[in-house]
Design a protein around this ligand. Structure first.
Ligand code: NAP
Length: 258
């Protein structure tokens, strides 16, 4: 499903939230190379400063923030607008993964996950929407996960948080496409980052964060709504979720050994 793409990132003003490591860092570096102005957000200021070194001195804006603190996002956005006057793309990458299953399920981790992975992106979208709606232009891209497609092991809070993002993006698309605002729902499979370094199982179809960034930027350029990758893995999971539950769970129990 296509909509207006961004075609060329040169000179575009992009806000990457979650730019201090992993997929967000790789996206920021690729955006610098494509000539975009990039605002870098996350909690680790030193990491953001190191990422900024990949661009020219006036190509970046460092806006440290914690997505679980509502005023921090608003304040960072105000600063961005004061500096640039406009935002062309919000790329929300930030997210946390705490492995949870039934025998270690507890609310502190669950609430932390929902706060960062659901309310975080919602807060950022709430900040940028009024101006984009006024201008009838702009793009909103949110990194969810294939873990949001259907129930998977060790994702008792992460899975629901990413499923919520799928629904959020679908609903945003419905509202915003007629208004000329692009919406991009990004569903990566396994990507080699700090977040997956903790996994103690073999990750199928694992790709690098640079490959992930290429999929993301190509998808936004081409105006894709549903940006999922690598297709050999994300496509298979899309197929699995269409199966009747007895077959779905049989396949999961038979082949997923975690
Ligand atoms: N790696 C994978 O296999 C995979 C697969 C599917 C989806 N994803 C999704 O991809 C996104 C990026 O993950 P990654 O693998 O690149 O992990 P990562 O290297 O751990 O990066 C996570 C990013 O999120 C930021 N972040 C986390 N909590 C934050 C908070 N409270 N406030 C501000 N920033 C925060 C981190 O910055 P600070 O720590 O500096 O705050 C960091 O920049 C996540 O949404 C993840 O769910 C990853």
């Amino acid at each position: 499903m296509k909509q207006i793409g961004m075609q060329d990132f040169a000179g575009k003003r992009v806000w990457v939230i979650g730019a201090s490591s992993g997929i967000g860092e790789a996206c920021a570096i690729a955006l610098f190379a494509a000539g975009a102005l990039v605002a870098l957000s996350g909690r680790r200021v030193q990491n953001l400063q190191a990422v900024a070194q990949h661009g020219k001195p006036n190509q970046s804006l460092i806006l440290p923030l914690d997505v679980t603190e509502p005023p921090a996002i608003q304040e960072a956005y105000q600063k961005l607008m004061q500096e640039w006057g406009q935002l062309d793309l919000l790329l929300f990458v930030s997210g946390i993964y705490i492995p949870l299953r039934a025998d270690n399920f507890e609310m502190e981790s669950a609430e932390k996950t929902i706060n960062a992975n659901v309310f975080g992106p919602m807060r950022a979208v709430a900040a940028v929407l009024p101006n984009m709606l006024e201008r009838h232009s702009g793009h909103i891209a949110i990194v969810g996960s294939v873990a949001g497609y259907s129930g998977l092991p060790k994702a008792l809070a992460y899975g629901p948080s990413k499923a919520a993002m799928i629904n959020f993006c679908e609903t945003l698309f419905y509202d915003l496409q007629p208004k000329g605002i692009g919406v991009h729902m990004i569903s990566p499979g396994f990507v080699k980052t700090e977040a997956t370094a903790q996994n103690d199982f073999e990750m199928p179809a694992l790709i690098s964060s640079e490959e992930a960034a290429k999929h993301i930027l190509d998808g936004i350029r081409e105006g894709e709504f549903d940006i999922h990758f690598p297709k050999r893995f994300s496509g298979f999971l899309k197929f699995l979720r269409l199966l009747p539950y007895p077959i779905y769970f049989w396949i999961l129990r038979r082949f997923v050994k975690i």
